[in-house]
Design a protein around this ligand. Structure first.
Ligand SMILES: Cc1cc2nc3c(=O)[nH]c(=O)nc-3n(C[C@H](O)[C@H](O)[C@H](O)COP(=O)(O)OP(=O)(O)OC[C@H]3O[C@@H](n4cnc5c(N)ncnc54)[C@H](O)[C@@H]3O)c2cc1C
Length: 371
């Protein structure tokens, strides 16, 4: 019998972390929309308010702007990559127009540009991270809850010792436990933000204006925004796992760990640099990714059905809800290419196909034996 693509471990590795990413983005989007609505309510109730109420509203506005800017950029890049990886995992069928994924890729690509070019949005998020870190460090301003992880790092001037994968009694904690992964990502994000602050201050020390110093630190700012957004997604994912129905908690928790561990392996250099994980612990995370992929495989179909997209929206015979792929694919292809006479078939091609060995071989060749 035919082996299903998803039963190959390498395909599980290619695709199932992307399912985890999709759940991470879905949960973050829910929370982002809730805080946006809350902010809009707060703004429309301001009336003639002055002083602290206005200052608070502006602070929330800035935070929502920065977080949503980072999320828009990060999630559209991630989504475009998911479409392309799904396309490539289907080989030539993935490229075929009938599968719908090439069309989905070109339809989706514009999201990385419109409503704000992604790089610019990431830089806006990074500028907010640098400014907020400086306001907390130098002005004693409280950190917003999404940046609470910066507190210890700002006090120490480094994130390296801020958190280690240790339990309270000092024993090595499970490196892939959700809480450990949250602490790990917080440590890496704090390190990246401190790096952007350092670059910004190096610009100022060279005599650059504030705006030019932000330009000078743009690569570090973009990196900080990326690390912060990963951390935000993992923290929101973990919060949603806790609020989910008990029956769903094991699989959602596994997906959250897969998301955190897979992305940590991708950026393992950051974790080694932050002094959070050792090389051996990164190996343990790789093993976790492998075992989590094998475990998630069993629920791959219900997990993707849970997105709730109709066949009309999926627009691909390979993604049909009822799994009747071959017949429907063939129907689609023959429907769009109805049988019709092929030019030159009867006059030239058929005689060639239907020829027999009884043909006139012509005169026998004569060889001159003495030559
Ligand atoms: C199909 C489509 C439909 C659209 N529809 C609408 C619409 O209905 N209404 C509307 O108002 N707009 C619309 N837009 C415009 C869209 O919002 C902009 O194209 C988008 O915000 C990017 O701006 P830009 O084209 O000026 O690119 P730019 O900002 O010029 O960016 C070009 C490049 O320069 C880089 N860059 C720009 N500034 C900086 C900087 N300061 N530092 C470093 N790099 C920088 C960017 O990263 C990018 O690589 C649409 C665009 C498209 C493609």
């Amino acid at each position: 019998p035919e082996t299903k693509l998803l039963d190959y471990p390498i395909h599980q590795h290619r695709l199932l972390p992307l399912v985890a990413q999709t759940f991470a983005m879905t949960f973050a989007a829910r929370e982002m929309m809730a805080s946006y609505k809350e902010l809009m309510g707060e703004l429309s109730n301001l009336g003639d308010a002055k002083g602290a109420a206005i200052a608070d509203a502006i602070k929330n506005l800035k935070e929502t702007h920065a977080t949503s800017a980072g999320l828009k950029a990060f999630c559209t890049w991630m989504c475009l990559n998911i479409i392309d990886q799904s396309r490539q995992s289907l080989g030539g069928h993935g490229y075929s127009a009938y599968t719908g994924l090439s069309q989905a890729y070109s339809d989706f690509a514009v999201h990385c540009t419109w409503e704000g070019d992604n790089t610019i949005l990431m830089l806006q998020c990074g500028r907010y991270l640098v400014a907020t870190a400086l306001e907390a460090r130098d002005g004693g301003q409280p950190l917003p809850s999404n940046l609470a992880y910066l507190e210890a790092a700002l006090a120490q001037g480094t994130a390296a010792a801020a958190a280690k994968p240790r339990t309270s009694n000092g024993a090595a904690a499970d490196v892939g436990a959700l809480d450990t992964l949250k602490a790990a990502w917080s440590s890496v994000a704090a390190n990246a933000i401190l790096g952007a602050v350092r670059d910004f201050e190096a610009g100022l020390a060279k005599g650059l204006s504030k705006d030019s110093a932000y330009e000078f630190s743009s690569a570090a700012r973009l990196h900080a925004a990326r690390m912060h957004t990963y951390t935000y997604l993992l923290h929101r994912f973990a919060a949603q796992v806790e609020q989910s129905p008990a029956a769903l908690r094991p699989i959602l928790s596994l997906l959250a760990r897969l998301f955190g561990a897979h992305s940590a392996v991708q950026y393992s250099g950051e974790f080694l640099q932050a002094g959070f994980y050792t090389g051996a612990q990164v190996d343990a995370l790789k093993a976790l990714v492998n075992s989590a992929c094998a475990e998630v495989r069993a629920d791959a179909v219900p997990l993707t059905d849970a997105f709730g997209y109709s066949d009309y929206i999926i627009n691909s015979p390979l993604g049909r809800f009822d799994g009747n792929v071959y017949e429907k694919y063939f129907e689609l292809v023959t429907g769009l290419n109805p049988p019709k006479p092929t030019p030159y078939f009867d006059s030239l091609i058929r005689p060639l196909l239907e020829r027999t060995s009884d043909f006139d071989a012509g005169p026998e060749l004569e060889f001159d034996q003495d030559a």
